[in-house]
Structures are given as structure tokens and as C-alpha cells.
Design a binder for this molecule. Structure first.
Ligand SMILES: NC(=O)c1ccc[n+]([C@@H]2O[C@H](COP(=O)([O-])OP(=O)(O)OC[C@H]3O[C@@H](n4cnc5c(N)ncnc54)[C@H](O)[C@@H]3O)[C@@H](O)[C@H]2O)c1
Length: 312
């Protein structure tokens, strides 16, 4: 059984993983090259406690299962599973994976939280590419169950199966991507939406707030239960997707979307930064995150009732 976990890089995502692992009684050893982060982590773990407790029916996280160390070697030497979360950069990750490979146990699984880099490339200098992969989570990692598992060209099936089992054991729903592609699945979809949103704001059709409402009050309400395909199946009436394609298929030829992002000019950046600042209404990121976390816990409890009806 996988018990000892190393977390490399303890920013937003690394911290989220630490909380999820601890909430599932794993022993976690963490390292970040910025050792100052060590001070904040316990505070962050404690802040997430009410939500984690409610979602996983857990009494308390056992902090004695957590250790923060001063080197990669110390962090990975006893680990059965290594989750890497350094900044999104080919050069940094490739160098890091070389080091992780050097110091880890021969059977340890190495997984990267990268949002879109190709695993074959980031593990090109890693000693054991057969046991490497991407395990791309969603923020906040301690509450979102999704994780995209992406193999590199040299990844062995047996390690993918082990990772699948492991992620399930920490209350996640792994999505096993068939082969590597830049941006993987969800971020490709998110990115398409983001690019269109930037065009719409840039051309002055809507504010950031109005555009957010367009998602929050429509597609967003449905998306946590049903993705694009099943949603559009219903949009086709009794004949489902067949009629949907007949009716809206021709629209695919209309130039609705641009997809290539507009230039991130100073003016556009200022509109977005100012727009979202107004939407926050003076609340800090932590305050809004706490509201989101409470909502995500309640939403998932509600969703459980309905998703079984659709997926079974
Ligand atoms: N933020 C998100 O929503 C999100 C979601 C899913 C995946 N990711 C991915 O997770 C990874 C981390 O993203 P983040 O948002 O947590 O970034 P972040 O900037 O919050 O944290 C990155 C951390 O990596 C550390 N670091 C950099 N080089 C290092 C090294 N050589 N060794 C050890 N630590 C090192 C930095 O000090 C920093 O603390 C990225 O690959 C990102 O694409 C991010």
C-alpha cells in the first residue's frame, strides 16, 4: 500500500495536495526551494480543516504525519509516491525530475501536477521514465476530486494502474488520458473559453462581471452534473444529440469563435484586473476561497445524489 508521500513545491497546488494526503492518513514529507513557505503551511492546513472535515467525514488531520524538510533528497528518499508541483516551466521541471529520479526509491511513482506540459519532455532526463506521469489536479486540490493522469511515451501500464488505484484511495476520480497532448483535457476547454472571454472584454461587449454571470447562471449551473456532450444531448430534444447536430451543426461554420487569444495589452490587462477587483467587493482572496470551499463541499454532497442516477 502507498503510505509515504513526497510533495515537491508547496505553493497553491502543493499545499492542496498536502491537505488531501493528510486527510487520507498518508505520511507526507514536503520540500520547496523557498523554505520561507514552511511557516505558512500549518496555517493553511488549519484553515482548510472545516471543509475537509465535512467532505471526508474526518475528525481531525493528524499533523504528526507531516514533515517539512530542507532538500529534495530528504523529501523523496523514503517516498512510495512523489507529487511534483514546481512552477510551470520545461527547464525547471526537467532539471527537477532528473534530481527526483536520482534520489527516489526504484519503485516509487513520480507524478507531476503540470497543467499542460508534455510528460515525455519533462521526464526526458529522469532515470526511470517508466514510472513517471502527469497527475493534473484542480484547485482547491483538497476538495476537487478530478485528476487527469497523462502517460508519457515511456510510461509503463502497471504504474498507471497503480496511480489510478492510489488516486481513488484518496477520494479522487482519475481520468486516464489515452496519450499525451499539450494542455491535456480540462485546461484545453478552459483555455478556449478564456480566450473568447478576453476577446469579448477587449472589444467592449461586456464587463468581466457580466461575462462571469453568463457562465454562473447558465452553463456553469449544469456543468458540475453534466459536461458539454451530455448537456447538448438534452438540447436536441427527444432525439437527443442526433437532432442537436442537425439543428446546430451548421453553426459550426459561422465565425462565432476566434480561439486565437487577443494580445494581452496593458489596456486589456487593466480592464480585467480592475473588473475582477470590483467583483471581489473588497473581499480578500482567502475570504472568497473560504466561501468557495463551503459551497464546493455542499455542492458535492448534493451532486452525489444526482450523479449516481445519471452515471449508473
Ligand atoms: N494554480 C492552479 O490552479 C493549478 C492547477 C492545476 C495544476 N497547476 C500546476 O501546479 C504546478 C504548481 O502551480 P502553483 O499554482 O502551485 O504555483 P505556485 O507558484 O503557487 O507554486 C510553485 C512553487 O514551486 C516552488 N519551486 C520552484 N522551483 C522549485 C524547485 N526547483 N524545487 C522545489 N520547489 C520549487 C516555488 O518556490 C513555489 O513555491 C504548476 O505546474 C501548475 O501548472 C496549477
Amino acid at each position: 500500500m502507498i503510505k509515504n508521500i513526497a510533495v515537491i513545491g508547496t505553493g497553491v497546488i502543493g499545499t492542496g495536495w498536502i491537505i488531501r494526503f493528510l486527510a487520507h492518513n498518508k505520511k507526507v514529507t514536503a520540500y520547496d526551494k523557498n523554505l520561507k513557505l514552511k511557516k505558512n503551511i500549518i496555517k493553511e492546513i488549519k484553515n482548510s480543516q472545516p471543509y475537509v472535515k465535512k467532505l471526508f467525514n474526518k475528525k481531525k488531520i493528524n499533523l504528526s504525519n507531516f514533515e517539512y524538510v530542507n532538500s529534495i533528497k530528504e523529501a523523496v528518499k523514503s517516498a512510495d509516491f512523489i507529487q511534483e508541483n514546481a512552477v510551470e516551466n520545461y527547464k525547471i521541471k526537467t532539471k527537477l525530475m532528473n534530481e527526483i529520479g536520482k534520489y527516489s526509491k526504484p519503485n516509487a511513482i513520480i507524478s507531476s501536477s503540470s497543467s499542460g506540459l508534455l510528460p515525455t519532455k519533462i521526464y526526458s532526463k529522469c532515470k526511470f521514465p517508466g514510472r513517471t506521469m502527469i497527475g493534473h489536479p484542480f484547485n482547491p486540490v483538497y476538495l476537487c476530486p478530478g485528476v487527469e493522469v497523462v502517460p508519457g511515451k515511456k510510461t509503463q501500464k502497471k504504474f498507471l494502474n497503480k496511480a489510478n488505484k492510489f488516486y481513488k484511495s484518496i477520494s479522487m476520480n482519475p481520468i486516464m488520458v489515452k496519450k499525451e497532448l499539450p494542455g491535456y483535457l480540462a485546461d484545453r476547454l478552459q483555455e478556449a473559453l478564456w480566450r473568447e472571454a478576453l476577446h469579448i472584454v477587449n472589444e467592449g461587449y461586456a464587463s468581466t462581471k457580466d461575462l462571469d454571470r453568463a457562465i454562473e447562471d447558465g452553463p456553469g449551473l449544469r456543468w458540475s452534473l453534466m459536461g458539454t456532450f451530455l448537456t447538448f444531448h438534452l438540447a436536441g430534444g427527444k432525439q437527443g444529440m442526433k437532432h442537436m447536430l442537425k439543428q446546430f451543426g451548421p453553426a459550426l461554420k459561422l465565425p462565432w469563435t476566434k480561439l486565437k487569444a487577443p494580445k494581452l495589452s496593458k489596456k486589456l490587462s487593466a480592464i480585467i484586473i480592475d473588473g475582477t477587483k470590483q467583483q471581489a467587493k473588497g473581499k480578500s482572496v482567502t475570504m472568497i476561497s473560504n466561501i468557495r470551499d463551503e459551497y464546493l463541499v455542499n455542492l458535492q454532497k448534493l451532486r452525489k445524489k444526482y450523479e449516481d442516477k445519471i452515471r449508473k
